[in-house]
Design a protein around this ligand. Structure first.
Ligand SMILES: C[S@@+](CC[C@H](N)C(=O)[O-])C[C@H]1O[C@@H](n2cnc3c(N)ncnc32)[C@H](O)[C@@H]1O
Length: 290
């Protein structure tokens, strides 16, 4: 297998192999509960069939890859690809424990040369927004597919429409210096927020039949049956510990941190319901054909 040269994804590779990758592994079960509606939407749209060959891009701990493998079966292939060693190792262990036929590959999906015949399916739950050069990455992935192959992925719509992100963020910013907003399209969770950009990337890569639909889902960030037994504390842990949001708190002294944490706790409490702390998650559900 050979690798072709594309702009460097080194920053992302370092990020997902560091403490963040370990946090995703440690919190995999809770993340999979919160994010389940999005993988279900991707898989429902993709409709994998027995014997088909699929790639799950940026598969993380592999829940989507395993769900696809249950449909593609032993005659097919569901291959999860990710740059994060801790997450790929965890994904392999989970599949082995369930005797699930999913396979996992530690590789950069934007440049890895895939063996064998073309793939029928490309899937992703939040794993396609981290490429330094998405045009080249999607052209490369298109080249790995059979003609007529199906693509489906979920990516975040703007931060302002994702209350799971902006509610704790705005509360914290009462006490924490606002970070420089990233330039539009910078690799990261909101890199694909602009529907026109996503459409142009896919079209330029050779995809047809492109559909980009809004999907809004309730995200239960904190549950009474979570680790702390208190939905607000559970949501607080989720907000502060996991994902890019946690970077904000890294350099704070104890007093500033306490004030910021209190502000986030108060903001989350306002969203407490009988079912836990419920916030909105808004994504683009993107489908296309090779
Ligand atoms: C937000 S996480 C989502 C993980 C998983 N799909 C899920 O929904 O639980 C993004 C994932 O994309 C992976 N990733 C980032 N850049 C990648 C690349 N160039 N090739 C493969 N995976 C990549 C990260 O390591 C990380 O596991």
């Amino acid at each position: 297998m050979s690798e072709q040269t594309v702009p460097s994804n080194d920053d992302q590779i370092e990020y997902w192999n560091g403490r963040n990758g370990e946090k995703w592994v440690a919190n995999q079960a809770r993340m999979d509960l919160i994010l389940a509606p999005f993988s279900e939407a991707v898989i429902h749209t993709l409709a994998p069939a027995g014997g088909e060959r699929a790639i799950d891009i940026g598969c993380g701990c592999g829940v989507t890859t395993r769900a696809i493998a249950e449909r593609t079966g032993k005659e097919g292939l569901s291959l999860g690809v990710d740059v994060s060693r801790p997450m790929i190792e965890h994904a392999r262990a989970l599949a082995a424990a369930e005797n699930n036929p999913a396979e996992f590959l530690l590789a950069d999906a934007s440049s890895h040369t895939f063996d064998g015949p073309g793939f029928d399916l490309l899937a992703s739950r939040f794993g396609v927004m981290f490429f330094a050069d998405p045009d080249t990455a999607f052209a490369h992935l298109h080249g790995a597919m059979k003609p007529g192959g199906r693509l489906a992925f979920a990516c975040w719509r703007p931060l302002s429409e994702n209350s799971w992100f902006h509610v704790p963020l705005l509360a914290a910013l009462e006490h924490v210096e606002a970070p420089e907003p990233p330039a539009p399209g910078t690799p990261g969770p909101f890199a694909f927020q602009d529907k026109d950009r996503v459409n142009a990337i896919l079209k330029g890569a050779g995809f047809g039949g492109i559909s980009i639909e809004r999907l809004d889902v309730e995200m239960t960030m904190g549950r009474a049956d979570g680790e702390t037994g208190d939905p607000v504390e559970d949501a607080l842990y989720q907000s502060l510990e996991i994902g890019p949001f946690s970077r904000l708190f890294a350099d704070l002294d104890d007093t500033a941190r306490e004030k910021a944490v209190d502000a986030v706790r108060k903001a989350l409490t306002a969203h407490k319901t009988d079912r836990g702390v419920v916030l909105n998650g808004s994504v683009w559900l993107v489908t296309a054909n090779a």
